[in-house]
Design a protein around this ligand. Sequence first.
Ligand code: HEM
Length: 221
Amino acid sequence: MSALAGPLSSSIGKKAVMAVTGVVLFGFVVGHLLGNLQIFIPDHGAKLNAYAEFLHHNVGPLWIARLILLGAVFLHIGTAVALWLDNRAARPIPYGHKAWRKASYSSRTMMVSGPIIALFVLYHLSHLTWGATHPSFQPLDVYHNVVAGFSSTPAALAYIAAMLLLGSHLAHGLWSMCQTVGLNHPRYTPWLRALSVLVGWGLALGNISIPLAVMAGVIRS
Ligand code: HEM
């Protein structure tokens, strides 16, 4: 705990924690999407299900990855709240200042999209991992679970809505991270900003393609 107290007491320390935990979560989102895109292989889920079975049978590495992920989630959320409280405490009196309004707009959207994404992950786990909110959950039959799960239009639309927020969150978050690690140069800044938007929205659209493909009947049981 005391080892964390030092870096977490300064604003730059908190931003570094946000960047490092953000990279861990970003890495998970990329890996998870690549794994899930195997649903488009026209083999009725054979590769996707074999991949899920492989992950589940490697219990040790699976739990190490889960604990790292969980730690990153708690640190990311806790530090975001601490930064938000710091910003509120330091709010300048002149409300109309343009630079402040701009910065606060993006941080405000992060503080809306972030909690909704966290709620989405809880719903998502209850839907496709635990099966509690799934109509016909079959352990380890990921193909069936995804196709049957997204055959419910409200569930598919909830995923699509959450993924739109994820796109916005990642686009802002990746750009913030570039600034935290000092990737700020007059020549590269516009490109880095564009790349953050492209990668963030690319990941969101990649995820959205799955419920959309089920709704369109491109992927079916
Ligand atoms: C349409 C998009 C998505 C699909 C189809 C999908 C599908 C799945 C499936 C089938 C599982 C269960 C895998 C298994 O038990 O082997 C799972 C687990 C999980 N998903 Fe997703 N997912 C999507 C998007 C996301 C996003 C955007 C996030 C995070 C922001 C996420 C976070 C997780 C987590 C944390 C788990 C639990 C992993 C574990 O077992 O430790 N998923 N997902």
